[in-house]
Design a protein around this ligand. Structure first.
Ligand SMILES: Cc1ncc(COP(=O)(O)O)c(C=O)c1O
Length: 357
């Protein structure tokens, strides 16, 4: 067998990452997109982007423009920023270059794509289970494992559980792991209580991952970014993501959306209010264990109601993320918070499923 056939066989034997499923005509509450961003508003931005782009040319000027936008959006010098085709691609780029063959510590459950990339790039993972009562982290177990590894991945707020640890805890982890890489995934941070992005000025071991796919409503444009110390961000831009990490059209849409930050913040506020309402309603239902969320989705256990709920949602063509049993959690479901109308459709189906018990 040739070396490449052997390698391809190895790769195909790894568990593939499960993408959200394709749907047409269904209500999609399974991928944590921002459905409160008005489609007409986005269409106008996209048309404006389209006419301002010359597809004959490589995206050189636009790339400069997006770095400037990130600079004003973050209030931090652009020298700390690198961009990629979604934060997924940034994770892939870091794992295949910097972290390849190393050891990582994670808590579980967490964002499965990270583990998937570890598998692909031969990164050994040690997983510490979250405390099921409140999704908290056992700091000493986590640090013990982290000290045996080269890097940690912290999703903040965490997908799928939705919670964000206290900032003090993450800072303590950063402080005590100064020779390890800390990958802090802030994909949902706009919906949360705090960001540690400015800490990259202090901690050389910190890489913060961010994306425009969630709060900014641009999942289809595939724009993610990292923020890290100047040296690492520079190497990422020049040696890892070189020469054209994004296409002109995505860059232009992203730049326009970044300059509409106020509109995005309004949709975030709106989703946070809806999140509270959905949480309160679900919490009052019999037989569910619902977790508080700092993101744009809610995670809950449904135990023996799981298949009833699945049937009811399927019948009504509503898609949510059905995990089944996950670590110590039973009958897990994650639902994206959408507009009030969408959320009501979801809540009505859960009520109906529970009544059928
Ligand atoms: C925690 C987390 N990180 C990263 C991503 C990937 O986002 P992007 O669309 O920027 O690749 C997701 C998407 O679901 C996510 O949940």
């Amino acid at each position: 067998m040739s070396w490449f056939s052997k390698r391809l066989a190895e790769i195909s034997s790894l568990q593939a990452y499960v993408k959200p499923s394709i749907s047409s005509g269904t209500l999609k509450l399974d991928a944590n997109e921002n459905l409160a961003v008005d489609k007409n508003f986005l269409d106008k931005i996209a048309s404006q982007a389209l006419i301002s782009v010359d597809f004959r040319e490589y995206p050189i000027e636009q790339l400069e423009e997006i770095y400037e936008r990130f600079e004003s959006f973050l209030g931090m010098d652009k020298k700390y920023v690198g961009v990629g085709n979604g934060s997924d691609q940034i994770i892939e780029a870091l794992m295949s270059t910097v972290a390849k063959g190393r050891r990582a510590t994670v808590f579980v459950p967490t964002f499965s794509y990270f583990m998937n990339r570890c598998d692909l790039h031969n990164v050994k993972v040690e997983a510490i289970p979250l405390n099921k009562e409140d999704n908290s982290l056992n700091k000493s177990d986590f640090l013990k494992a982290a000290n045996r590894s080269d890097m940690v991945y912290i999703c903040s707020p965490n997908n799928p559980t939705g919670n964000q640890f206290e900032a003090g805890l993450v800072l303590e982890i950063l402080e005590s792991l100064e020779d390890k890489l800390v990958l802090l995934d802030e994909a949902y941070v706009e919906f949360a209580n705090y960001s540690l992005v400015s800490q990259v000025r202090k901690y050389n071991n910190l890489i913060v991952l961010r994306t425009l796919s969630k709060a900014f409503g641009l999942a289809g444009a595939r724009v993610g970014y990292l923020v890290s110390n100047e040296e690492l961000a520079g190497i990422f831009r020049s040696n890892i993501q070189s020469p054209y990490p994004l296409n002109s059209f995505s860059i232009k849409i992203a730049s326009l959306m970044l300059s509409n930050g106020r509109y995005i913040l309004d949709t975030v506020k709106f989703i946070k209010t809806e999140r509270e309402r959905v949480y309160n309603d679900l919490s009052e239902m019999e037989g569910l264990n619902v977790y508080k969320s700092d993101a744009n989705f809610i995670f809950f256990e449904s135990f023996e109601m799981y298949s009833n709920i699945m049937q009811e949602l399927t019948k009504r063509e509503i898609q949510v993320k059905m995990f089944g049993n996950l670590e110590n959690y039973e009958g897990c479901i994650r639902v994206t918070i959408g507009t009030p109308k969408m959320n009501n459709m979801f809540l009505e189906s859960i009520h109906a499923a529970i009544e059928k018990k």
